[in-house]
Design a protein around this ligand. Structure first.
Ligand code: ADP
Length: 608
C-alpha cells in the first residue's frame, strides 16, 4: 500500500485550509478596517484643525476690518497675539497672508518672525485665494522627513476674499497611530492563526481519526482479518459511515465465510468422489483436476494445470476441443496395454453463460475397466455354459439318432450307446448342479450355517470316506495334529471344498501315487493342504485354475469328467469363510492345493 505523503494527509490539509481561511478573512477585514480607520483618523485630524482655522479666520476678519487709530496696535501686532496660541500641539506653523499684496501678516512660529511683511510666493496660497477654496496636501517635510499636512484656506469677508491662512500641521502622529494599530492587528492575526492552527489540528483529528481507523481496518480486511471493528465516535456523517463500515465488514465476513464454506464443500466433494473431474477454461486449458482424475490419468495435479485437455486425455489425433464441446454422448478412452486392460469413460458438459458464451468444459471420468471386465466375463461365461452343454447334447443326439436308426436292435451296441448317453446326462446334471451352486453363492442373500467344529476330526472323516470309495491305486498319507483344532465353519460347504480338491488330486494322481493331507496351525489361521504326485500345472496357468470353466488340458479334464467349476466353487466357499485358497505345483512332479481358515487359539484352549 502506498504511504500517504505528509502534505497529502487529510489532517494537514484541514489545518492548512483553516489557517488559509482565517488568513484570507483577516486580510479582507484588515484592508477594509485599516483603510477606514486611516480615513477616519485623518478626517478627524483635518476637520479638528479646520475648525480651529475657521475660528482663526473669523478672528482675523474681525481684526482686519477693525477701524484702527494710530494709538491702537497695528494689524500685525494683533495677528501676532492671536497666532501665539497656535504655536503648540499638532500645528507647526500658521501664517496669515493678505490678499492683495500677498504680504505675510503674521506667523505662529516665534523663531521665524522675520518672514512677517514679506511677500509669499507659495502657489497653494495664491490658488486658495483665487479659487476661493481650501487647498490642502500631505507632504514630506524635507528637514524632518516627517509627513506634514498643509492647508491654505481663504479668509472671506462677506463674499470677498481678503486673505488666506496657511497652516502646516504634523500629520505624522496620525500615521504613527496607524502603524501601532497595524502592529496590534498583525499580532492579533498571528495569535488568531496560531489558535486556529491548534484548533484545526484538534478538530481535524476528530474527523481524521475515524477515517484513519477505517483505513487501518480496510487494510486488515484486505489481509483477511475481519475481527477488527471501527470505533464509532459520534453520530454525525462520519459516525454513520463508521457504523456502515462495521456493518459492511460483518456482511463481507459472512459472505467470505460462505464462499469459503462452499469452496471447501466443493473441494471435499471433488476429492472424495470416486469419479475423476477435470475443469477447463474457455480455451480448453485445465484449471482444476481432482485427485481421482489425476490418478486415473497417472499424472500429477500440479503439472497438468493449464495443459490442453485434449492432450491430457491423449485425444489430439481424433478430437479437437471444439469437438468435445459438442460431444453429446460419452467418449470411451481405451488406455489398455498388452499387459493390462484400462478403459475410462468420459462425459463432457459445457459451462455456459445465459448469453450462450462458453466459459469452459467439465469432464467427468469413470473407470469402467472393472465393469468391462465383468461384461466380458459374463459374455465368456454364457459362451462357456452353452459350449459345455452343447458338447454332451451333441454326443447324446448322435447316439440317440444311431439308436433310432436301428442300433437299438443290436444287443451288443445298444447297451453301450445307452451307457454313453447316461454318462453324458450325468455330466450335464453335474454341470447344472455346479452352476446352481455358483449362482447361489453369487446371490446377495447367500449365508453360511456356521458351527464350531473340530477340524482335525472333520478332515479325518472325509479322508476316510475317500479312502474307502477310491478306485485308483493311490496311497493316502495324513499329517494331522493330535490335538483338536476348533474353527467356525459351515460343514456342508467345507465338505464340498475338500471333496472338489481331493477328487482333483485323485483324478490327476498317477498309478501308485501318494496323496498327502496336512493341517498346520499358525497364530490366527490354519492351513489345510492336499498334495499329489500327479502331472502338475504349468507355472503360467497356475493363477487361472480357480477361474470358472478354466481347465489346463481341456480334453483330458473332460475325459476325467471335470466341469472346470470345481476349484471356482471351492474358492468362492473358502472366501465366504474368510479364508484364501492357492496352488503350488511343479510340472510332472505334483500339485499342492492349500487353503487357509481364520482361527483363534484362545478359543481352542477353552475347548481343549
Ligand atoms: P475340473 O472339474 O476340470 O477338475 P477344477 O476347477 O476342479 O475343474 O480344476 C480346474 C483345472 O485345474 C483342471 O481342469 C486341471 O487342469 C487343473 N487341476 C486342478 N487340480 C489339479 C491337480 N491336483 N493336478 C493337476 N491339475 C489340476
Amino acid at each position: 500500500m502506498k504511504k500517504v505523503g505528509f502534505f497529502r494527509s487529510i489532517h494537514v490539509k484541514f489545518v492548512i485550509i483553516y489557517v488559509l481561511l482565517i488568513l484570507v478573512a483577516m486580510q479582507i477585514i484588515g484592508v477594509y478596517f485599516v483603510r477606514q480607520l486611516e480615513e477616519t483618523l485623518r478626517t478627524n485630524f483635518q476637520s479638528s484643525l479646520k475648525e480651529r482655522v475657521n475660528l482663526l479666520a473669523y478672528n482675523i476678519v474681525e481684526e482686519m476690518e477693525k477701524e484702527r487709530t494710530p494709538e491702537d496696535p497695528t494689524l500685525e501686532e494683533d495677528i501676532k497675539k492671536i497666532l501665539r496660541d497656535f504655536d503648540a500641539g499638532d500645528i507647526s506653523e500658521v501664517r496669515v497672508i493678505e490678499n492683495r499684496s500677498l504680504k505675510i501678516l503674521g506667523t505662529s512660529d516665534q523663531n521665524n518672525q522675520g518672514v512677517v511683511g514679506q511677500r509669499t510666493t507659495e502657489l497653494r496660497i495664491k490658488q486658495s485665494m483665487v479659487l476661493e477654496e481650501d487647498q490642502s496636501a500631505i507632504k514630506i517635510d524635507p528637514q524632518t522627513r516627517h509627513r506634514i499636512w498643509v492647508l491654505s484656506t481663504p479668509i472671506k469677508s462677506g463674499k470677498k476674499v481678503i486673505g488666506s491662512i496657511d497652516l502646516v500641521a504634523k500629520i505624522e502622529n496620525v500615521f504613527e497611530q496607524m502603524k501601532t494599530i497595524n502592529g496590534i492587528f498583525a499580532t492579533g492575526t498571528g495569535i488568531a492563526l496560531s489558535i486556529t492552527a491548534v484548533l484545526g489540528i484538534l478538530l481535524a483529528q476528530t474527523i481524521t481519526r475515524p477515517i484513519a481507523d477505517m483505513k487501518k481496518q480496510a487494510l486488515a480486511m484486505a489481509k483477511g482479518n475481519f475481527s477488527r471493528k471501527v470505533k464509532v465516535y459520534g453520530h454525525d456523517e462520519i459516525g454513520t459511515l463508521a457504523i456502515t463500515f462495521n456493518h459492511l465488514t460483518k456482511k463481507l465476513q459472512e459472505a467470505q465465510a460462505m464462499t469459503e464454506g462452499e469452496r471447501r464443500k466443493l473441494s471435499s466433494v471433488l476429492s472424495y468422489m470416486t469419479d475423476g473431474v477435470i475443469a477447463t477454461d474457455r480455451k480448453g486449458r485445465v484449471i482444476l483436476i481432482n485427485e481421482p482424475a489425476a490418478e486415473m490419468l497417472n499424472v500429477s495435479r500440479e503439472t497438468v494445470l493449464s495443459q490442453p485437455i485434449v492432450s491430457l486425455l491423449s485425444l489430439e489425433d481424433t478430437n479437437s476441443f471444439e469437438d468435445l464441446l459438442e460431444e453429446k454422448d460419452s467418449l470411451i478412452l481405451d488406455y489398455s496395454t498388452k499387459a493390462e486392460h484400462y478403459i475410462l469413460r468420459a462425459n463432457f458438459s459445457v459451462i455456459q453463460k445465459e448469453t450462450g458464451f462458453v466459459n469452459g468444459l467439465i469432464c467427468v471420468l469413470h473407470d469402467i475397466t472393472e465393469q468391462e471386465k465383468i461384461d466380458a466375463e459374463r459374455r465368456e461365461f454364457v459362451a462357456n455354459v452353452s459350449h459345455e452343454l452343447r458338447t454332451p447334447l451333441t454326443t447324446m443326439r448322435s447316439y440317440l439318432e444311431a439308436l433310432a436308426d436301428g442300433a437299438w436292435q443290436d444287443e451288443e451296441i445298444a447297451p453301450n450307446f445307452l451307457e454313453v448317453t447316461r454318462t453324458e446326462t450325468e455330466r450335464m446334471i453335474r454341470l447344472v448342479n455346479d452352476l446352481l451352486q455358483l449362482s447361489k453363492m453369487d446371490s446377495t442373500d447367500y449365508k453360511l450355517t456356521i458351527e464350531w467344529v473340530n477340524f482335525v476330526d472333520f478332515y479325518d472323516r472325509i479322508i476316510d470316506r475317500f479312502e474307502m470309495s477310491k478306485e485308483q491305486n493311490v496311497t493316502f498319507k495324513r499329517k494331522l495334529p493330535k490335538q483338536a483344532i476348533f474353527v467356525e465353519i459351515d460343514e456342508d460347504k467345507m465338505t464340498q471344498v475338500l471333496y472338489n480338491i481331493i477328487s482333483n488330486a485323485l483324478k490327476y494322481s498317477p498309478e501308485g501315487g501318494q496323496v498327502t493331507f496336512s493341517v498346520k496351525e499358525n497364530n490366527d489361521q490354519i492351513t489345510i493342504s492336499v498334495s499329489d504326485q500327479g502331472v502338475g500345472i504349468p507355472k503360467e496357468n497356475i493363477g487361472k485354475i480357480f477361474d470358472r470353466f478354466y481347465r489346463v488340458d481341456k480334453a483330458r479334464a473332460r475325459k476325467l469328467g471335470g466341469t472346470g467349476l470345481g476349484l471356482a466353487i471351492a474358492k468362492e466357499m473358502v472366501n465366504a469363510h474368510g479364508g484364501s485358497i492357492w496352488a503350488t505345483s511343479e510340472e510332472g512332479k505334483g500339485t499342492k492345493i492349500s487353503f487357509s481358515l481364520p482361527y483363534e487359539r484362545s478359543e481352542e484352549d477353552e475347548w481343549s
